[in-house]
Design a protein around this ligand. Structure first.
Ligand SMILES: [Zn+2]
Length: 105
């Protein structure tokens, strides 16, 4: 069976990463900042090794709930309630797909 769990976790960029200090827009709050942190999105629906990073400002990097903000933004579901921070379980995924069917304009 296809894995549909999506995980988000926050990480600090390694000082040697070439984009550290570059101007970025925070994925969570849209703030312009110098790149220092990122959220890693592991989307099991794309494939087993499909993880990618989105820029996160220093302020958001300190807030645990940022993982959920990223998850909601990524899914385009601002109202989604997430039990475990940064984890979209199979059950939540099913619920999201269900509500998607009904909310399309
Ligand atoms: Zn931010």
């Amino acid at each position: 069976m296809k894995k549909r769990t999506i995980l988000v976790h926050l990480t600090t960029l390694h000082p040697d990463d070439h984009y550290v200090g570059e101007k970025m827009k925070c994925f969570a709050c849209d703030a312009e900042h110098r790149a220092n942190a990122a959220a890693i999105v592991e989307d099991g629906t794309l494939g087993p090794d499909d993880a990618f990073a989105v820029p996160i400002c220093n302020g958001c990097a300190r807030i645990k709930d940022t993982t959920n903000v990223v998850l909601r933004k990524y899914l385009g579901a601002p109202e989604l309630s997430i039990g475990e921070p940064g984890v979209l379980s199979d059950e939540l995924f099913d619920a999201l797909m269900e509500s998607d069917k009904h909310s399309h304009h």
